[in-house]
Design a protein around this ligand. Structure first.
Ligand code: SAH
Ligand code: SF4
Ligand code: F3S
Length: 439
């Protein structure tokens, strides 16, 4: 009994966590398979952000379980939120929260040895796992590093502060060490990840030559990482508009490897809705920041998240979101229908918006977001983009990479381009990608 299969849902941090779970399992002697039918151990790493995502895991357990399955482990944000409630599904053996995944091999072994048939661990201490993880395996050219976890913002619709806990920043030199290891193993692009990444304030207790002790903010961490040999491109997600400082914008102007593309979710373009969402910023503060950013760093591009149909949102207030989108012209965006989450203040608000209204608003918003995305892609035609190639395409000789704006770029090449930075002349654009030739 040794083969495991991981199914992952949710945000980039979850995807990253699932890779770390895989590393931990491999280190403990288990073997990974990408086929549920070949696995003895099924690991579901879940997301609780919207109802649909949270429910999907339970239908998936039924779908993926086979005669071969011996152990089922459910981890991540739904596990943290539902805790022992997950055991209502009689097939589940292990429920583990996002802060204890380093212990999964140990838990699986004790179930396999018959020591117990159920294990629940939803401990909330955040720092431990980072010190218990093995050195990264299968490092690719583009890698994530968690620098911050949890959130103190308590937006009234959101479960993240309840599942990922309060804000925790990893010590700066731990992050630097991890980046060095990744670069030494071939990574060229590093994405710094956190639920509220620009509120990073990691302890820097050791003295590095020429630098004072104390706390490093994201700006400082970025500058230090950018100075490391081998870091060719640097990104960070996700930022909160309120924590976006002039210093961070200036860091973009100073640090050439920092991508000129930033995800700054606004959620709504209406002040009353932003207030009852508890976002901590209004529309003009948000727009002023983007303008300041463009002044300091011309050419920077933005993406955002939106929620439509927040409780009590009227048509005219939704119209304000459309106006804001028209003004900013985002490169890419994610938009969602408001989903009621148990335990959050917005779930208890009067004036829940009917599902049909949410659907109409979402379709309207997505249409104009798509229009802007296509316009951005078209604007790249005739330009030269630096692209990091990550994988082969569907056809032979086709390679797919990302430009600085996270757009997929497709080229044909006789030479294997995976893991290589190259300049590409963009020749055509479509909705979700652009294509061109190496120059
Ligand atoms: N920490 C990040 C990401 C949070 S979750 C941030 O603050 O931006 C990612 C996105 O999911 C959010 O930006 C929001 O747009 C959406 N989201 C969160 N809770 C939601 C809910 N209850 N219903 C619908 N969308 C939600
Ligand atoms: Fe959730 Fe708001 Fe925190 Fe983002 S900032 S994780 S939306 S509470
Ligand atoms: Fe989902 Fe948890 Fe990420 S709720 S969005 S997996 S932090």
């Amino acid at each position: 009994m040794h083969k495991f299969h991981i199914v992952v849902y949710g945000c980039q941090m979850n995807v990253h966590d699932s890779r770390r779970i895989s590393d931990t399992m491999l280190e403990a002697g288990f073997v990974r398979t990408y086929e549920a039918t070949a696995a003895d151990i099924l690991i579901f790493y879940t997301c609780n952000i919207r109802e649909k995502a949270a429910h999907k895991v339970f239908s998936d357990i039924g779908l993926l379980k086979t005669k071969r399955t011996r152990i089922i482990a459910v981890g991540g944000c739904v596990a943290q939120a539902e805790q022992s409630g997950i055991f209502k599904n009689r097939d589940v053996n292990i429920v583990f929260g996002p802060h204890v995944y380093h212990k999964l091999p140990e838990y699986i072994k004790s179930i396999a040895n018959g020591e117990t048939d159920r294990i629940l661990d939803v401990a909330t201490e955040q720092s431990t796992k980072f010190n218990c993880l093995p050195v990264r395996k299968n490092v690719s050219c583009s890698e994530f590093v968690t620098i911050q976890e949890g959130c103190d913002n308590f937006c009234t619709y959101c479960v993240v502060p309840h599942t990922r806990g309060r804000e925790f920043s990893r010590p700066a030199l731990d992050v630097i060490r991890e980046v060095k290891e990744l670069v030494a193993s071939g990574a060229k692009e590093i994405t710094l990840v956190g639920q509220n990444v620009n509120s990073y304030h990691g302890e820097a207790p050791y003295i590095t030559v020429g630098h004072p002790r104390g706390t490093w903010r994201l700006e400082r961490l970025i500058m230090e990482i950018a100075d490391l040999d081998g870091v060719r491109r640097l990104r960070y997600v996700t930022s909160h508009p309120r924590d976006f400082t002039r210093e961070l914008m200036e860091t973009h102007a100073k640090v050439p490897v920092l991508a000129p593309f930033v995800h700054i979710p606004v959620q709504s373009g209406n002040n009353r809705i932003l207030k009852i969402m508890n976002r901590g910023h209004n529309v003009s503060e948000y727009l002023d920041k983007l303008k300041m950013f463009l002044d300091i760093c011309p050419g920077v591009q933005f993406s955002s998240d939106f929620i439509v149909g927040f409780p009590t949102e009227m048509d005219s207030e939704f119209g304000d979101t459309l106006k804001l989108v028209d003004e900013v012209k985002y490169t890419t965006s994610y938009s969602f229908k408001y989903s009621r989450r148990r335990g959050t203040p917005a779930d208890r608000m009067h004036g829940q918006v009917p599902e049909e209204t949410k659907e109409v608003r979402l379709a309207t918003l997505q249409q104009i977001l798509l229009r802007d995305q296509i316009a951005h892609n078209n604007s790249l035609v005739g330009k030269i983009n630096e692209v990091l190639f990550e994988k082969r395409g569907r056809y032979s000789n086709q390679y797919i990479g990302k430009n600085a704006y996270m757009q997929s770029v497709v080229v044909e090449s006789q030479e294997n381009l995976v893991g290589i930075f190259a300049n590409v002349l963009i020749e055509s654009a479509s909705t979700n990608s652009v294509s061109g030739k190496i120059v």
